[in-house]
Structures are given as C-alpha cells and as structure tokens.
Design a protein around this ligand. Structure first.
Ligand code: ACO
Ligand code: ZN
Length: 158
C-alpha cells in the first residue's frame, strides 16, 4: 500500500496534539503529566504518525516487570500498550498497524519478551487490529473500565 504517513518518535512539542487525538478518539483521557511521564521513561515506545505535517495518530506504552505466566516462574519484562488512537479521517490506511509494529520494536529494545494490552470487549475494530498483528485474548477483566465494561487482555510474544 502507498503510505501517505510518516512515523517518528514523540517529542514534547507534540503533547497538545496527542492529547487532542486522545480526547477525540477514546473515553480514557489522562493528564499532561501522565503523557510526559511515559515519554520520559519509555521514549522508544511513544510514537506518532504524521500525515501532511499534522499528527494523525499515536501509541504510548510502558514496560513492566511481571511473572512469565509459563509455570516455571521467573520475572520477565512485558511491554504494555497503554493507549493507541488514529484520527477518524486517517483510519484504514495502516497507520495503527505501523504504530504498533514500531512500538513492538521499541519494546524489544527494552528487552520485553511479550506485549499485552486491554481492549473493550465491544471494540470490534481494536480486537480485529490486534488479532491481525498476532495478539490473542488471554483473559477477561470484569468491570475494568470506569463505566463497568469488561476488558479483554490480549497478548503477543515478542
Ligand atoms: N473494521 C474492521 N477491521 C478493521 C477496521 C474496521 N473499521 N479498522 C481496522 N481494522 C483492522 C483490519 O484488520 C485492518 O487491516 P486491513 O485494513 O488490512 O483489513 C487492521 O485493523 C489495521 O488497520 P489500520 O488501518 O492500521 O487501523 P487504523 O489506523 O484505522 O486504526 C484504531 C485502528 C487505532 C483502532 C482506530 O480505529 C481508532 O483510533 N479507534 C478508536 C480508538 C481505539 O479504539 N483505540 C484502541 C483502544 S485499546 C488500547 O488503546 C490499548
Ligand atoms: Zn492497560
């Protein structure tokens, strides 16, 4: 596909644009401190997509340490996609797919062994996107969202 967008790492100048996209696209919104904290700690996995010089989408992530879930114990690093969104007029052009693939590379840089995220059980588009990229549903979290909706945890090995 002809790519009309360009990926690059988030910089502090992008903060207002990214917060605006987050407000337009998702009910889960955060303080400027929250965005900047993720940028300062995990700059390799905070990526934006630019279309005609304007930011059209973002992904931001965190790397956590947790149990491997493979029975043998041991702690591993896990990349956690905290939030991803693409503006409505820029959708269905592969922007989200490219953002996730770039974030997965950033997670490998931080030596994460798997990637996971939560998604609303009714978010068919999100679920289809993650399945296309090889994520599988591994758990359901009852009442995860503030409005009471359940979340699927979806996971992909890195
Ligand atoms: N219907 C069905 N499948 C879809 C759709 C759709 N409308 N959109 C994307 N997909 C699936 C398809 O498999 C698609 O591949 P294809 O086009 O080759 O068929 C694949 O996802 C990749 O699509 P992209 O074009 O990369 O996705 P896009 O850039 O449009 O962004 C996103 C997808 C981020 C989910 C966008 O729709 C959005 O911002 N939605 C609102 C916010 C949101 O739901 N974010 C995720 C919440 S969960 C979290 O943040 C951890
Ligand atoms: Zn999460």
């Amino acid at each position: 596909m002809l790519e009309t967008f360009k990926l690059r790492k988030f910089t502090p100048d992008d903060l207002q644009s990214v917060m605006q996209i987050n407000r337009v696209c998702l009910p889960e919104n955060y303080t400027d401190y929250f965005f900047m904290d993720l940028y300062e700690r995990f700059p390799e996995t905070f990526i934006v997509a630019e279309e005609n010089g304007k930011i059209a989408g973002y992904i931001m992530c965190r790397v956590e340490v947790g149990l491997s879930n493979h029975g043998l114990g041991g702690l591993i690093r896990k990349g956690h996609v905290v939030s991803i969104a693409v503006m409505p007029q820029s959708r269905r052009k592969g922007v989200a797919q490219a953002l996730i693939n770039a974030a997965l590379e950033g997670m490998r840089h931080y030596k994460a062994k798997l990637c996971y995220l939560e998604v609303r059980v009714t978010n068919d588009v999100g679920i289809a996107l993650y399945k296309k990229l090889g994520f599988e549903v591994t758990r359901t979290l009852d009442g995860y969202y503030s409005d009471g909706e359940n979340a699927y945890v979806m996971t992909k090995k890195l």
